[in-house]
Design a protein around this ligand. Structure first.
Ligand code: BDP
Length: 587
């Protein structure tokens, strides 16, 4: 599936904007008549956006189940003879799509794109596009969750609750752009591109193109100035360039892989450009090498989260985030805890920002009971997990900014059956992409972890003096020294601390430091850094979190998680200035 781009042969009709919207009172199956008759009592809703924060209605914010979206598509004469491909960037978490009442496709999973060819259904009359969207999560979904019906006189009749074992608000709806792609009948359908660099410094783009219809394919590699530096014909092959200019952290030099399809008379039938870049990545026993040079990860675990938009794609916030990453001297981030919008990765390619690309496998634990090997996380979950890894890698493999795949976050990797599960996920992931290291972010320890040997880099989430030894700053350094050395001794793999942080309310001060104050966040992170700086196998620090973000309500959450280095509206807390001098000084 290609990212939608306008070219000489392709145009895009954006279907973003204001749609009709209605909450569905139905419990299990959506009210399908609404797709035929139109919504009975619609309100307006923005697309893309999560719907949760856009009304004053608490029952919509906390809704569990189906909602409907609806709008009209007005056909255009210029579409005649073209293929019409409807594309959803992401719909959280289950979508059913209807045209004039007829179901045309379904999709499970809230963070990856899906498409439907609607050519044969569009004539010259306006057509109603309806979507039923379900936000319920169960143990076969990623993220995982469970819907419970608690019993007791205090619960209203029919009360259902979405239980989630992850720490971000379960925002839902059409959260990424909706586009109608108007495409030529003979076209490039997919491109499988691996850009590699060998020891003699020869860059090779291995390509495999799927083409609909009969055409001659020409594939060219253009440098950043637009000069063609290599070309080949056919649907599969290799483009070679000697001594290519490298994609580097902080300097995102990209090439363009351009495919042009022509007919026998030489007329252009389709053309599609894809960004690629040359760089090597490799994990050794104590380093992460980018272009053979040790790379130290400085940055954050992030979220796609912003005021009002919820998890809706928000270019304004992301552009600001890019500026803040530059300002603070960060060189990388992790797409915790799900794949981010493709638009974001495109910018990271250009800006030279290093990305750990994470799957939506989060919530695979429960502090009250086991989850693996007891029917909760089951074969269907594993199957879906593998499918999601395939789709994620197919979507993102061409991005030079993506240096590692993260298959999951904080799964119960101390439960014996998790070992067999992750052995399969790891093998499946490597089979999709043998060129990038893989990881599985964990909060387990040397004494209880059962899965890190399947992965290349040990990615650890650690919170001493926050969730344990609360407030005891002096315990951080000895705790980490012992913990990280034990982890390294066991696995002999480099370690990235993918999470460490303290909830901090901007504007709260306490000296000597106390929990929740800006002073505490500074003192707390400094203690962590003391340990990292002494351990050569620690090859990265990602503070949790880049910015404050919304979570479900809880007594340890104050209108969301406050571990941000920036507030939710992107203002720096005191720690931001400290990180800035640490990260910028270190070069
Ligand atoms: C970790 C999770 C992350 C949470 C964080 C926290 O990976 O999603 O937000 O802890 O508690 O366990 O702040």
């Amino acid at each position: 599936m290609l990212f939608p781009k306008e070219t000489l042969t392709r145009s895009i009709v954006s279907l973003d904007g204001i749609w009709n919207f209605q909450k569905d009172p139905a419990v299990d199956e959506p009210t399908v008549e609404w797709a035929r008759s139109g919504l009975s009592d619609p309100m307006v809703m923005a697309v893309p956006a999560a719907y949760n924060d856009l009304t004053q209605d608490i029952s919509l914010r906390d809704h569990v189940g189906w909602v409907w979206y609806e709008r009209t598509i007005i056909p255009n004469r210029s579409w005649q003879g073209q293929r019409l491909l409807l594309r959803f960037g992401a719909v959280a978490h289950h979508a059913r799509v209807y045209l004039d009442g007829e179901e045309i496709t379904r999709h499970k999973g809230g963070f990856l794109p899906f498409e439907a060819d609607i050519t044969d259904r569009v004539k010259d009359q306006p057509i109603r596009l309806s979507l039923a969207v379900d936000n319920r999560l169960d143990w076969t979904c990623l993220p995982a969750g469970e819907v419970i019906k608690p019993e007791g006189a205090q619960y209203p009749a029919g009360f259902r609750q979405q239980v989630i074992h992850f720490d971000f608000f379960n925002y839902a709806g059409i959260i990424r752009p909706v586009r109608l792609q108007v495409l030529p009948p003979v076209r490039v359908e997919s491109l499988h591109l691996d850009s590699l660099l060998d020891e003699e410094h020869t860059g090779r783009v291995h390509f495999r193109a799927t083409v609909s219809g009969e055409a001659q394919g020409l594939h060219e590699l253009l440098d950043a100035e637009g000069k063609v530096v290599a070309s080949a014909e056919g649907t599969e092959g290799t483009l070679e360039v000697k001594n290519p200019k490298l994609w580097q952290p902080g300097e995102g030099y990209c090439y363009t892989f351009r495919t042009t399809l022509k007919d026998n008379s030489g007329e252009v039938l389709d053309t599609y450009p894809q960004t690629v870049g040359f760089r090597t990545v490799k994990a050794t026993s104590d380093a992460f090498l980018i272009n053979e040079k040790p790379f130290y990860f400085k940055g954050f675990g992030k979220h796609e989260d912003s005021i009002l938009h919820g998890r809706g794609f928000d270019p304004v916030t992301f552009v600001k985030d890019l500026r803040l990453l530059g300002w603070i001297g960060a060189n990388s981030f992790r797409t915790s805890h799900y794949p981010y919008a493709e638009e974001i990765l495109n910018l990271c390619d250009e800006e030279g920002i290093v990305v750990i690309d994470e799957s939506p496998a989060v919530g695979l634990w429960d502090h009250k009971a086991p989850v693996f090997g007891c029917g909760r996380i089951n074969e269907e979950t594993l199957h879906h997990h593998c499918e999601v890894m395939t789709d994620l890698i197919n979507r993102d493999r061409h991005h030079p900014s993506v240096v590692m795949w993260s298959v999951a976050n904080e799964a119960a990797s101390w439960e014996e059956p998790s070992r067999a599960y992750f052995e399969k996920v790891a093998a499946h992931t490597r089979a999709q992409d043998g060129h990038r290291p893989i990881c599985c972010v964990t909060n387990a320890y040397a004494h209880n972890d059962l899965t890190q040997d399947f992965f290349d880099v040990v990615c650890l989430n650690r919170y001493p003096a926050w969730y344990t030894d609360v407030g005891l700053l002096e315990t951080i350094y000895p705790n980490l020294m012992q913990d990280l050395k034990a982890m390294y001794e066991k696995y002999q793999k480099p370690i990235i601390i993918t999470e460490y942080g303290a909830d901090t309310i901007a504007g709260f001060h306490a000296d000597p430091p106390q929990l929740f104050s800006e002073e505490f966040q500074v003192a707390f992170l400094n203690e962590y850094h003391r340990a990292y700086d002494e351990l050569p196998f620690v090859i990265g620090e990602h503070v949790w979190n880049f910015a404050d973000f919304m979570t479900k309500q809880g007594i340890t959450r104050i209108i969301g998680n406050r571990k941000g280095v920036f507030t939710r509206d992107r203002q720096p807390k005191a720690i931001a200035h400290h990180l800035r001098s640490r990260w910028r000084e270190e070069g």
